[in-house]
Write a protein that binds this ligand. Structure first.
Ligand code: PLP
Length: 426
């Protein structure tokens, strides 16, 4: 990371304040009014490009311009809603007085239903090996804080979903990206091998992936599990988009995990359209190597008491009730994907591979007249009012030179946004 004025100022302030405490120098005390209190280096390393970029859009709006937001992967903001039976389950829970703290690991009926879901995907787990969290985001924080110490390295697929790197840094570790072939969805196994060091503690997978929409096949998953086992690494696999796949079949890592130390992160924000209700889970494979984390991570769940109980009843209903709404959602998304990818590939200087899952396109800027992919995105916003996310926000090594588009909006919004992008690239 380059020079950070706030971090520098905060550090300088801390030194002056420390000096003040020692010297009790009355003359200097007057300075206190302009001293900004120090924050930790850890927190200043946290980044989330998907939302950090929004401040630029707000400025454009303040100038009276309309902005099309194609930056956040939240289906519910684009008109997709949880089905009525799921909404009703939440309302019933509230009305029936289920408004109290619940077990820290989660509502037992929900844990059973999640275990069924994950077992059906191939994992071997018992409901006692699951912890319900406030979204995958909290689950990720709990897992990373349980395994990463200062200087530890964590392998991430490049490009990656930004919180993976942020949480690794926050807990003192170092994110290391490995290459993935964007054309055929294959992780570069040789690259993974060369990037494993004595400091590596875990390898993370996200399939289907954010930001690329790529899906790892069974063979790739098996190869990664084998390497991880060779080097005694945790395998953390984010399957939050597990039912949002198009032509390619989804394979859960559980299918090839055997008794490897696999930890699954999953949730209800995407497939189940419950993003704002904040619920997800951690599922531990039945591996003896996971005994310590299985015993200790729940302490983090206990210290934050519990997750939202009415939402847990809604999540239970979303797993038990009809799943038809998911196939309707995916069929609609496929239309959006086909349209957006076709339009992007017909534009000058843009090329886009076909994402196989999730709801993101990750086009490449073949020839960029601006200094960086971020400048490209900011100019597109300024000139055309279309907000996307710069690829380098998903890791500079493999994300640079791209941008990410969320294709959740209604077709007419996508049509107009594609026209504007086409105009912009000329
Ligand atoms: N994991 C991935 C791969 C995501 O893309 C996202 C959201 O975009 C999340 C996790 C966040 O999940 P949650 O809403 O459950 O915190």
């Amino acid at each position: 990371m380059g020079f950070e004025p706030m971090a520098w100022w905060s550090e300088a302030t801390r030194s002056i304040q420390a000096e003040l405490r020692v010297q009790k120098n009355k003359h200097l005390t007057g300075l206190n009014i302009c001293l900004i209190m120090k924050i930790s280096k850890k927190v200043s390393s946290v980044e989330y490009a998907i939302r950090d970029i929004v401040s630029a859009a707000r400025e454009i709006e303040q100038q009276g311009k309309k902005v099309d937001y194609l930056n956040i992967g939240d289906p519910v903001q684009f008109g997709f809603q949880p089905p009525d039976n799921v909404k009703q389950a939440l309302i019933d829970s509230v009305k029936n007085g289920k408004n109290f703290y619940t077990q820290s690991e989660g509502l037992p009926e929900l844990l059973d239903e999640i275990a069924k879901k994950e077992n059906a995907k191939g994992l071997c787990i018992d409901s006692k090996n699951i912890v319900v969290t406030n979204g995958v985001s909290e689950g990720l924080d709990m897992v990373i804080s349980s395994i990463v110490e200062d200087g530890d390295e964590v392998l991430l697929p490049g490009p990656y979903y930004p919180p993976y790197a942020s949480y690794v840094r926050l807990h003192g570790g170092k994110p290391i990206e490995f290459a993935v072939n964007l054309q055929n969805s294959q992780p570069d196994i040789d690259d993974i091998r060369t990037k494993i060091t004595t400091k590596t503690v875990a390898i993370c997978l996200i399939s289907p992936n954010n930001p690329t929409g790529l899906v790892f096949d069974e063979n790739s998953l098996k190869q990664i599990v084998d390497i991880a086992n060779e080097h005694s690494l945790y395998i953390i696999c984010d399957e939050i988009y597990d039912k949002i796949v198009f032509e390619q079949k989804f394979t859960g890592i559980g299918k090839v995990a055997g008794d490897s130390p696999v930890i699954i992160l999953n949730g209800f924000s995407k497939v189940h359209l419950m993003s704002g209700w904040r619920i997800g889970y951690i599922a531990f494979n039945d591996s003896p190597q996971l005994d310590m984390i299985r015993e200790n991570l729940p302490k983090l769940a206990r210290v934050r008491i519990s997750t939202n109980l009415p939402v847990q009843y809604a999540a239970l209903e979303s797993l038990r009730g009809s799943q038809n709404y998911i196939s309707e959602f995916v069929a609609e998304l496929k239309k959006h994907r086909d349209y957006v990818v076709k339009r992007l590939n017909s534009m000058n200087n843009i090329s886009c591979f076909n994402p196989q899952g999730a709801f993101y396109a990750f086009p490449k800027i073949e020839s960029n007249p601006y200094n960086s992919d971020k400048d490209f995105v900011l100019e597109l916003l300024k000139e055309k009012g279309v907000l996307t996310v710069h690829g380098s926000g998903f890791g500079t090594q493999y994300g640079s030179g791209h941008f990410r588009i969320v294709y959740l909006p209604k077709m007419e919004v996508l049509e107009s946004a594609m026209d504007k992008i086409e105009d912009f690239v000329g």
